[in-house]
Design a protein. Structure first.
Lengths: 482, 447
């Protein structure tokens, strides 16, 4: 498609639209990692003894671990002593009571991202727990949620106010010994979100957290814990953008979901961290551990993700189908452009009877992007009538990108039905021709086809996110086929 | 750990004592190849489940036994006893190997076209055949896992077929590897080399059989080269004894517009691992890999295939099916690599598994690695049980449950056999299957 390739390469090369650094004084401790640092973090957050003990156990265990190298990604070695493990905005000391008290620069940052808090409060009806460099600075709609008994607060608040819940569930899905990055997170995590939905409550609004990485050289170690008690429902939205910078940044978050009997958790992510420049320099390293456990009968956990950012994504949102009749779902769109690398997928572990899981994964590679799907479907011996359907499709644009699939299927029960399907192809010339013939420009045609390709995933996203996701894909991809 | 070190030492020791008796020690390049491989084996040892490629297959049972190369000895074997394993209706050249050694008395060589060679590898090495140096030990990678290096270090004997340009070998070559009972558990390391020069065509059948229920270890390697426009069809029938360990590697290099077809059937053996590696070295080639594995009791069957689309315009089709019963475990790993300039690649892969018992297990991993954009690739993997509707259909027509299950299982497996072109082999495998899946009854009797 030679016509318009000039404009297209212009579009592809478009600079990262959300790239800017807000100049706010940060309350950071010196870079490096030691037992002392772990104690300082814990002390700064005024944590109870059980938290400190847990962090220290994690740190000790981390010392005995080696960084994994099995993922299909390549990056220079990370110097863990060169990372600042804690940074909180200064304004945190006298916590703002309302939006007026919030640092106007912060609010401006959100406006630049197109997510003004006040507007969202009114228009979208979403409670936003905005995480600005590791510490929550604004929580809205708390009252409306409190009425229903829903707890939605920052992790540090939860540690202070609901230590019994934290102690009971923290690390019960992702133990501190789980993997290199999860263990590191357990030792040094700064903050995150905590959600508890009481029995039988349907959360009245979609809960949302916007993460931003800001202070230079600051590793972001988020910890999210969501507990849905029996018969409850919650939809949780997570979205990320980050300012442009030169240094590679490590992000090692941990998300734990617990769904008790009859509960349903829907977790949606739009991830648009800085992917690095055209040569692949300076992007974010996103090594995340996300896992949910269906603890009670008929529980359901659904992950939906749209991954367009980060230099390296290493992420496998998983579901442990522990109880009978539980359901796990995973819907994913992962896009890699320029020198981005993504190694992402899911794990569905069928333990209970009549469990079912669905995996829909769409990978799009352009430029020098490398996109891997790595998934595990494991049916244990006792998992009678387990059912899995997996579909992972890849779309390739340009001769220098790559799309890979590494599906692992392990079945130990004969009543299981497991299906895996994967296809890889480039955008069909016929489809492009059809669209062009009807007067669509090349980039509009590509955008339309890509959006169609991803539709099965987008329809799982909440309305607001679906719009944002389509926009993101548009920015990152339009006309990437030349 | 200690045990494996010791086993490794046994082989290193055996090499130190027996190396000078191996064929071709008068040729420096042969000696060099062996010595290099020996050093590699000494360094690598045996793979462990920590190696990604051996994640699901534990080879410690092989290391727990000390296997020894057997002396050249027919052990009273007669053609009569091999009768059940040959194809009566198929005119073919036959090479028989007993415990890894060529047995000319049991072999049968018919008239060959001019320039064609069908012989034992040891014979060809001794005669100093010119093509050997170009091809022998050029394709099996000895730097990946210990087994290929071990075979190369002991490179002794096996089948050797060479076709010059434009020669068509009308009759297939049947290579029969027989293992017999001996005082010490036997280590047989067949080494085969099949070279098809430009525009030539050959059909090969490799059978691995045993006459006694005994424990032994076969570590086989076949290297296959298909030059421009050449066509090679390869059958591998695995009928080792119920206690035998079999590690087999087939390494194929395809040149422009060549065609390679593989049928790989594994029915017996305690622990069987097949590696099939195909490299497309030039444009326009085609490769078809068909496979069937039927396992029961405590059998472990592992099939690893690797298709390397290094050049544009090649197509590959892969179709593997498995039936698992008892406490059997099967592993399938199908890796397709499409290199950056391999545009217009067309690769399709399918793996289907039938689990018949509570304790059977299957681990399947179809794997695509694609670095080019103008390609069509797909893979599919399923694990399941017999279709309830189909069972109901048969039951409602008066067929008892057990028979209905057998018939459906048989039909599931037969799908692979239908892809075989040589009728005598197809019916031979059909027989094997009816013995295994229908307890010896034929379909006609059931109906």
């Amino acid at each position: 498609m030679p016509t318009g390739s000039q404009d297209i390469s212009g579009l592809i090369k478009r600079e990262y639209a959300a790239g800017f650094v807000t100049d706010i004084e940060a309350d950071a401790i010196p870079p490096g990692l030691s037992e002392e640092i772990v104690r300082v973090i814990s002390a700064k957050k005024n944590e109870p003894q059980f938290m400190l003990d847990w962090r220290l156990r994690a740190y000790q265990h981390w010392l005995s671990m080696k960084e994994p190298n099995w993922a299909n990604v390549h990056h220079p070695a990370i110097d863990y002593q060169d990372i600042t493990y804690y940074s909180a905005p200064k304004s945190d000391k006298d916590r703002p009571k309302s939006l007026d008290e919030i640092d106007p620069k912060l609010l401006a940052t959100y406006s630049k991202l197109g997510i003004p808090l006040e507007e969202q409060k009114v228009l979208a009806g979403i409670a936003v727990d905005a995480v600005f460099d590791s510490v929550s600075v604004a929580t809205t709609f708390r009252e409306a949620l409190a009425e229903k008994g829903v707890i939605f607060c920052s992790f540090s608040e939860a540690v202070q106010q609901h230590p019994e819940l934290v102690q009971r569930y923290l690390g019960s899905v992702v133990p501190y010994t789980d993997n290199f990055f999860a263990t590191l997170n357990s030792a040094v995590f700064s903050d995150g979100s905590f959600v508890y939905i009481p029995k039988g409550v349907r959360c009245p609004m979609e809960l949302s957290t916007y993460f931003r990485i800001n202070a230079s050289k600051t590793g972001q170690f988020e910890r999210t814990l969501i507990v849905a008690d029996e018969g409850s429902y919650v939809s949780y939205l997570e979205g990320c953008t980050a300012p442009m910078r030169d240094e590679n940044q490590l992000h090692a978050a941990v998300v734990e979901l617990i769904a008790l009997a009859g509960a349903e958790i829907k977790y949606s992510t739009v991830q648009n961290w800085y992917p690095g420049d055209e040569q692949g320099r300076g992007g974010i390293y996103n090594f995340v551990t996300k896992r949910g456990a269906c603890r009670g009968e008929s529980a359901k956990i659904s992950w939906t993700q749209v991954e367009t950012g980060s230099a390296i994504t290493w992420k496998y949102p998983s579901v442990l189908l522990e109880a009978d009749n539980t359901v796990g779902e995973f819907y994913s769109v992962a896009l890699t452009n320029n020198y981005q690398q993504a190694d992402t997928g899911t794990k569905m572990i069928h333990i209970g009877k009549n469990t079912s899981s669905t995996i829909i994964s769409k990978g799009i590679s352009a430029g020098h992007g490398q996109n891997s799907y790595r998934g595990l479907v494991k049916v244990l011996k006792g998992a009678e009538n387990a059912r899995n359907y997996t579909q992972c499709d890849s779309l390739l644009m340009g001769g220098t990108c790559g799309a890979h699939t590494f599906p692992y299927v392990e079945v130990k029960n004969p009543t299981a039905r497991v299906e895996h399907e994967a296809t890889t192809s480039k955008i069909s010339e016929d489809q492009l021709f059809y669209c062009r013939q009807r007067g669509l420009s090349a980039e509009d045609a590509v955008s339309m086809i890509v959006n169609g390709f991803c539709k099965a995933v987008f329809k799982e996203l909440p309305m607001e996110f679906a719009v944002e996701a389509q926009k993101l894909l548009g920015i990152s991809l339009e006309g990437a086929v030349g | 750990m200690n045990a494996s070190l010791e086993t490794k030492d046994i082989y290193l020791d055996a090499h130190a004592h027996g190396a000078k008796d191996l064929a071709g020690h008068q040729w420096p390049w042969v000696e060099q190849t062996r010595r290099r491989a020996l050093a590699q084996f000494a360094e690598q040892g045996f793979p462990t489940t920590r190696d990604e490629e051996w994640r699901y297959t534990n080879v410690t049972p092989i290391q727990r036994n000390a296997f020894h190369p057997a002396p050249k000895d027919l052990a009273g074997l007669t053609l009569e006893r091999l009768k059940p394993f040959v194809f009566p209706d198929l005119p073919c050249h036959r090479l028989v190997f007993v415990n890894g050694h060529f047995a000319p008395q049991l072999s049968k060589l018919c008239k060959l076209p001019a320039g064609a060679i069908v012989s034992s590898l040891a014979g060809a090495i001794d005669r100093g055949a010119a093509f050997l140096q170009h091809h022998l030990a050029q394709y099996a990678p000895t730097d990946r896992y210990g087994f290929a290096a071990l075979n190369t270090a002991f490179l002794v004997d096996g089948a050797c077929v060479y076709l010059p340009r434009d020669v068509i070998l009308t009759d297939p070559v049947h290579v029969l590897f027989v293992s017999t009972r001996r005082n010490e558990p036997v280590l047989a390391q067949p080494r085969n080399l099949f070279v098809a020069e430009a525009n030539s065509r050959m059909v090969l059948i490799e059978s691995y059989i045993s006459l006694d229920d005994t424990r032994y270890f076969t570590n086989a390697i076949s290297e296959i080269v298909a030059a421009e426009n050449a066509a090679v069809e390869h059958y591998k029938l695995g009928q080792e004894s119920a206690e035998a360990y079999h590690i087999g590697g087939i390494y194929v290099h395809q040149h422009a517009n060549s065609r390679f077809v593989s049928h790989n059937v594994t029915i017996d053996g305690a622990l069987v691992r097949n590696d099939i590696d195909v490299l497309f070295e030039a444009e326009g080639s085609e490769c078809i890999l068909n496979g069937l594995y039927v396992a029961s009791n405590r059998q472990h069957i592992d099939n690893h295939t690797r298709l390397d689309h290094a050049r544009p315009r090649c197509s590959s089709r892969e179709f593997y099916k498995g039936v698992l019963d008892g406490r059997a475990r099967a592993v399938f790993n199908g890796r397709i690599i499409v290199r950056q300039d391999a545009q217009l690649t067309d690769a399709r892969q399918e793996n289907k598994n039938l689990l018949l018992s509570r304790d059977a297990e299957v681990d399947t991993k179809p794997q695509l690695e694609i670095y080019a954009d103008d390609v069509k690739c797909s893979h599919g993997a399923t694990v399941g049980q017999l279709d309830d509707d189909a069972l109901y259909y048969l039951r409602s027509r008066g067929i008892d449950a057990a028979t209905a299950r057998h018939v459906l299982t048989y039909a599931f497996a037969k799908d692979v056999l239908n892809r075989m072109t040589l009728e005598p082999i197809r019916s031979y495998v059909e027989n094997m299957l009816t013995m295994r899946l229908l307890q010896g009854q034929t379909i006609e009797k059931l109906a």
